[in-house]
Structure formats: structure tokens, C-alpha cells
Design a protein. Structure first.
Length: 75
């Protein structure tokens, strides 16, 4: 199983100004985002933001979600 936040860096708390949104969500990703400088966070959002928005818009399930996770991890 691939965790969306921890393994695949999917943005689950868009502003990272509040605790993780899921009970089982790994907190290390949230803490890492809080440690970034403003410049680092801007670059991170530029790199991952569009991909994350496309992921949320697609609302993938089942085999489509598994394929997406593999592609995100492999790339």
C-alpha cells in the first residue's frame, strides 16, 4: 500500500497550517512542510501543485488509483 501523503507527496492539507486532516495520515510530511523556508515551499508547490490538483479532480478509485500511484512513485 502506498500512502498518498507520506510515499507519494500528495498535498492533503493545502496550506499546511493545520494538523494532518486524516486520523491515520502520517505527520512527518506535515512537519517537513512546516520546516521549509518560504522559497522552498514556493518551489515545492510549483512542482507538485498542478499534479496534486489533477489528482484530486480525477477522484480515482480501484485499479485506476493503483495505476496512478505506481506512475507517481515510479516517476
Amino acid at each position: 500500500h502506498m500512502d498518498l501523503n507520506y510515499d507519494l507527496f500528495v498535498d492533503l492539507t493545502p496550506e499546511f497550517n493545520q494538523p494532518p486532516s486524516q486520523k491515520r495520515q502520517d505527520r512527518s510530511a506535515w512537519h517537513n512542510m512546516k520546516r521549509m523556508s518560504k522559497e522552498q515551499l514556493t518551489k515545492w508547490r510549483a512542482a507538485y501543485g498542478p499534479k496534486d490538483k489533477a489528482f484530486h479532480k480525477a477522484k480515482l478509485k480501484g485499479k485506476d488509483l493503483v495505476r496512478w500511484k505506481f506512475q507517481r512513485y515510479a516517476k
